[in-house]
Design a protein around this ligand. Sequence first.
Ligand SMILES: [Zn+2]
Length: 418
Amino acid sequence: MTTHSNDLAATEVTGSSSARVPGWTSSFVAFLLDGAGPGDRLSWGARLDAVRAQADAAQLVIERDGASVVAWIRLRTAGGAAYRTTEHFLLGHEGTSLDDAALALLNELHRELVRRESTLPEPLLEAMRQSAAGAQADLPMPIEWLAVRAGVKPAARQVPSGAAVGDELVAAAERQGLHAIAVDAAAYLADFSTGDAAGCQTIVYVGATPEAARTACDAERAMIAACDRGEPVTFALNAALGRALGYPECCIAAFGPRCDLPNAALRFEALEQTGASAFALLNDVDPRRSLISHFVCRYDCGASLRYARGVLDAVAAVDVTRAEALSQSLHGVVAVFREGGSLQLGETHAAGDDRYVYRSSVMHENLGGYAHWRDVLADADEVRLAPGVLTPFRNGQPLAPLPFDEARVQIRAFVGAA
Ligand SMILES: [Zn+2]
């Protein structure tokens, strides 16, 4: 089961550009691996299969005796759920579950992180501080709270990582004149949510009034009670929570019969339902930049567009430059993979004949059998979209086409609405 909300939605707004040149991550990787590269044996015994310094995360593929894990390391200040935390970092993995051998690899990586943390070089610490400041300094509160304060929606729901964070969030919301309730729901989050919220313990409801926060809290309390009794969560219970959070009726109705699907499949089916192009403001493949926190019925849903515009206006009311940058970052060509993962070609412009020139490519999660797309598209600068085939170009010259199964991959340009 999934809950109605994207669990990590919109807890912060990060930098505007999905830069190919990372700040802290490349020097961190060099420090952590002592200069080891793919194929090398690491000091703690595992073998490094691949390493990638992304804009806000280091990604490592490590392997031993046939067991393999795709691990990511982010700054703890970035927030969000993680498998383990350290003083400075969040450590997580791709895929929804790992076997014991893969978990052992991840635990060893965690130990190594902790062991090295005390010797992080000062220039690296400074780069990490700057990255954290850049991610957090611009807005006074999460964008969903801005939306609540602006009356775009009655209440917001968040699932922070870590046990103590709930109380801190409640205090932060109250400093902003909002009303918040934190509920411990570790067993429910572990059983009921898929993916991102695993390992989280607390749900925080934030409303413009005490009643609005209480209505959202009570709606989910009824869902938690049903789970505790071993009963299914009915459509009516799900819909009540969706309404308490201000989600559009069409999206609530679409979610009901699909609520057992994994998050990736929900997004895939919504894109499958979408016409020739999608609304950029509904792009939710990066939860930290998403304006929406519900699963849309389609990525050209008019009601969701009005909602997203309201959220963006609430951001613009406190930081017009940030709102514009955020909006721009949501434009681009997006591929969503039914089994999980997505990629976005950013800073695009249409070049006619369904061709799009782009300047950045960002992948979210593991693309499974389509993993090679990441490297092909990182080396290209233009694509042509056609049914069942994506053709990359470099300097105007076509490269080998990337065929795909439309039952597993959906691709649209996410553009501004007319
Ligand atoms: Zn809708």
